[in-house]
Design a protein around this ligand. Structure first.
Ligand SMILES: C[S@@+](CC[C@H](N)C(=O)[O-])C[C@H]1O[C@@H](n2cnc3c(N)ncnc32)[C@H](O)[C@@H]1O
Length: 237
């Protein structure tokens, strides 16, 4: 299972994630809104981390069951503790999102992910989108919140500055660790972060066979995408 994510990243992200991710709750709510009408309760979450989005999904969408997948044993242990109140509605599974087992048990009503796909290179992102398309039921949706690469110097400077400003506004105490960990990848490019442009994602998703491919939210180099497998989603497990 390949991941550039490190245990040091886990400790910092778990402590400061609410500040490090611009408008994190708003992003999670957009993801939930895009799944609100789902008649098929089976959801897979890729790169679930410590289960913050999982918790939001299970809390807001009462009929859903989530299989939450991550490579990190440490993150999954934190998620297990966080999600203890949702017994019977959540399964935690250790796997890389590129592995076949990550999407086993389908077809699924929805596949979601937050801040994980940008760790893959472009070739693996394209392969993942094809794999996700094949694992969804007809009419099922893929919703992704993730870091995206601004295109050109002016959009890059804007995203970089807005990201810094959002961290300062969310929690002034997070500013020092954000700076010292060089977390703003637009200011400090890092091989662990491989964000692609919005246009590339839209193109790859369309070429994988998705319809209704769109960006539903975008701010400070972070975006929420929607894509739907053609067909009509039937009620099911
Ligand atoms: C920035 S955290 C995001 C966690 C969570 N989704 C959130 O939004 O709070 C990135 C997570 O992706 C996981 N990850 C990185 N590469 C992965 C891969 N190839 N497959 C599955 N999980 C991966 C890491 O272990 C980490 O938990």
């Amino acid at each position: 299972m390949s991941t550039g994510w490190l245990d040091d990243d886990t400790a910092l992200f778990v402590r400061y994630g609410d500040a490090f991710v611009p408008r994190r709750t708003e992003q999670f709510d957009i993801v939930c809104d895009l799944l609100a009408e789902l008649p098929r309760p089976s959801v897979v979450e890729l790169g679930c981390g410590d289960g913050r989005l999982t918790e939001r999904l299970l809390g807001r969408l009462h009929h859903t069951r989530v299989t939450a997948v991550d490579t990190s044993a440490e993150m999954l242990a934190l998620a297990r503790a966080r999600l203890a109140g949702f017994t019977g509605r959540v399964i935690l599974h250790r796997a890389g999102m590129e592995e076949d087992t990550a999407l086993a048990g389908g077809p699924h009503g929805a596949i979601v992910t937050s801040l994980a796909v940008h760790h893959l290179d472009d070739r693996d992102k394209k392969a993942l989108y094809r794999h996700i398309h094949g694992a969804l039921a007809p009419g099922g949706v893929f919703v992704m919140a993730d870091l995206v690469a601004p295109v050109g110097p002016a959009p890059l400077a804007l995203a970089l500055a807005r990201w810094d400003a959002e961290v300062r506004a969310a929690d002034p105490a997070a500013t020092v660790p954000f700076e010292s960990a060089r977390w703003n990848t637009f200011r400090f490019p890092d091989p662990v972060d491989r964000p692609s442009g919005v246009g590339e994602h839209l193109n790859w998703l369309a070429r994988a066979g998705f319809r209704d491919v769109d960006v539903c939210w975008l701010y400070a180099g972070h975006a929420v995408f929607h894509a739907r497998r053609p067909g009509r989603l039937e009620e099911g497990t």
